[in-house]
Design a protein around this ligand. Structure first.
Ligand code: AMP
Length: 286
């Protein structure tokens, strides 16, 4: 039957009908939300779900509510046929690929917003982003009724926001975190890497290299401010055009950490631009 997979459904009603049958049969269900343009990072989430759940649903939806007015909604890569081939090769059961009108019908008026965690890092420069994410993820959770959902540490702040939301709203789903998948030179895989020119692609691994060095310095006792100052200069020297943020934050609250303490897990986070392309990454301080 693998040649008929994944079944592609585009309506909430069809998704619900399929999942209801699985649940009645006692199958566990894993959900992997994506915006498509699938790469090996997404596929790591998919493989994990396939290994841990009887059935796996991958959603492909470029969610307009999480893009700001000046962001790349219109140019975001859309590669549905290729995405479905990749999912077929792994044996994914179902792809949920709704149109915007299916997710946000005429009159849609509700937003889910998470305070605190969304204020710094990506939330500071992208004011509507996490409300859009929390809203669409809540919808996907309610639509799919999965047992587990898989999220990448690449978007670490998003992962914490989703965990907080699930706890606060008593959504009955387990959130599973998956380690960031990188190219051999350290660059975190991202759909947005497709925007990079060859020269920008050559500069891009500096983001991870600098983050790892900032984390190393902070772990060795250097104050965060000094390590960050070094890192900002290094990123600009490596060819980044603009730095949105470079910070060392508590791994649970995302509050800035002035000095690392081994009993308080921390991570180094960055977002920086190569031309118009905004790349993000984060690494643990250990
Ligand atoms: P996106 O399609 O960018 O919304 O990402 C969908 C999911 O894949 C999110 O949970 C991301 O954190 C995750 N993801 C994206 N890139 C990577 C990566 N390089 N490694 C692991 N997970 C990733």
């Amino acid at each position: 039957m693998s040649d008929s997979r994944p079944e592609v459904v585009r309506t909430v009603a069809a998704l619900r009908a399929r999942v209801a049958g699985w649940r009645q049969a006692g199958a566990s269900v894993g959900l992997v939300p994506t915006m498509g343009a699938l790469h090996d990072g997404h596929l790591a989430l998919v493989r994990r779900s396939l290994a841990e759940c009887d059935r796996t649903i991958v959603t492909i939806f470029v969610n307009p509510t999480q893009f700001g007015p000046d962001e790349d909604l219109d140019t975001y890569p859309r590669t549905e046929a290729e995405d479905l081939r990749k999912l077929a090769a792994l044996g994914v059961d179902l792809a949920f690929v709704p149109a915007v009108e299916e997710m946000y019908p005429e009159g849609f008026a509700t937003r889910v917003s998470v305070a605190g965690l969304t204020e710094g890092l990506c939330g500071a420069g992208r004011p509507v982003h996490f409300t859009g994410v929390a809203t669409v993820v809540t919808k996907l959770f309610n639509q799919a009724q999965a047992d587990r959902a898989y999220f990448g540490e690449k978007d670490y702040q998003q992962l914490l926001v989703v965990r907080r939301m699930v706890r606060d709203l008593d959504i009955p789903i387990e959130i599973v975190a998956v380690t960031t998948v990188r190219d051999a030179d350290g660059l975190a895989l991202s759909s947005r890497n497709a925007y990079l020119s060859p020269g920008q692609r050559a500069a891009a691994p500096a983001l991870n290299r600098v983050l790892r060095e900032v984390a190393r310095r902070v772990a060795a006792g250097e104050p965060s401010a000094a390590a960050i100052e070094w890192g900002r200069a290094e990123l600009l020297a490596a060819g980044f055009d603009r730095i949105d943020y470079l910070e060392v934050c508590d791994a649970f609250t995302l509050e800035p950490v002035e000095r690392f303490a081994p009993n308080r897990p921390a991570r180094a986070f960055a977002a920086a631009f190569l031309g118009e392309t905004r790349l993000i990454d984060n690494v643990p301080v250990e």
